[in-house]
Design a protein around this ligand. Sequence first.
Ligand SMILES: C[C@H](O)[C@H](O)[C@@H](O)C(=O)CO
Ligand SMILES: [Mn+2]
Length: 417
Amino acid sequence: MTTMYELAKEEYAALGIDTEAVMTKLAGKPISVHCWQGDDVLGFDQEGGLSGGIQTTGNYPGRARTFEELTADFEAAMALVPGAKRINLHASYAVFTDENPWVDRDALEYKHFEPWVAWAKAHGFGIDFNPTIFGHPMMNNELSLSSPDAATRDFWIRHCKACRKISQQIAEALDDETLCNIWIPDGLKDVPADRYGLRERLRDSLDAIYAEKYDRVIDSCESKVFGIGLESMTVGSNEFYLAYAATHPGVYDLLDLGHFHPTENVADKLSALLLFFDKVPLHVTRPIRWDSDHVVLFDDPVKEMAMEVAHCPGAWEKVIIGLDFFDASINRVGAWAIGTRAMEKSLLYALLQPAAQLKEMQDTYRFTEKMALAEQAKSMPFGAVWDEYCRRAGCPTDGEVYPLVAAYEAKILPTRQ
Ligand SMILES: C[C@H](O)[C@H](O)[C@@H](O)C(=O)CO
Ligand SMILES: [Mn+2]
């Protein structure tokens, strides 16, 4: 009997698209999945809760509270997602034990992350890393690396230096490279009296942080447009970090889809950066009216970003895809699985588009033909290829995901009271 996949394969082949080659290519592209969806970004090192103009909303039961719970939930979620995965850690997820008791963030060492490394090795996950510059008493008026207070700046500089060193050691242990991304919330609620001084101090703090060179660390800084309670000015704007990255080889500008004006098309920015940088890290999220960090879906902005990653020359290798969402109003394992699957799905969809023909039509001004082909491609049997990709990876198809999430929840919730 001819399967849906075989029919789809023939239909795509008629357009010159090899579904087998596409699936092989996709399976090798890692997605860096953020650990913080599992516990509402709270981490293990502070009691203070979240700050820095980011917010989780919702109170769904079952939040992971420990390393054991978070890794168990992550494993459960990732078993539902085809393709290669990495885990993206924040420094606030240091594992403290009797042998390695609590230290403050400026004194963190590799040993506090060794359990993560051992676990990641056992599961074949790469690791990415982030200093945690929020949710801490040293966030002096929500200013850190740009603070007018030298002791505050120095604390966070020490923290970032420690994180870069830990990133190098993680990469060495995994024989890999680690993305170390700095995001700071620094900004002002009200009209600034001095923008220049804040940005000058941020530049100088970054220079101190990046003075040491590490061969396995990919450094990036993440810009933002505004945070909650910091609506008037963000020190680490996109212009700031783009200029910093352009003048500091080895430091890259990370684009978060939620960190621009809601009508800006972040996918449109990628080709511009690809022309000048050999790496472009991303945080794929789903902003709704603001940087709301909703679970990523198979929607137009993500598909358009995936099209750029799939079809800009060199982008497949240069773009580092990370996710960044935190929804506390739904089952967190489900959120992880559905959001990460949506990213994979968007990449598969993009790889199955007749991009070469569309480009040729654009370059020869056959715009009507291009429009017709693009519309045709949208309703081709993409779903049959997606189902086949999931099956071959030993993962559920879309309709099988929720029952598996519900079964895990039923097993685990009674242990999380
Ligand atoms: C927790 C993350 O570091 C955070 O979400 C950051 O990446 C961000 O996007 C802040 O708005
Ligand atoms: Mn982000």
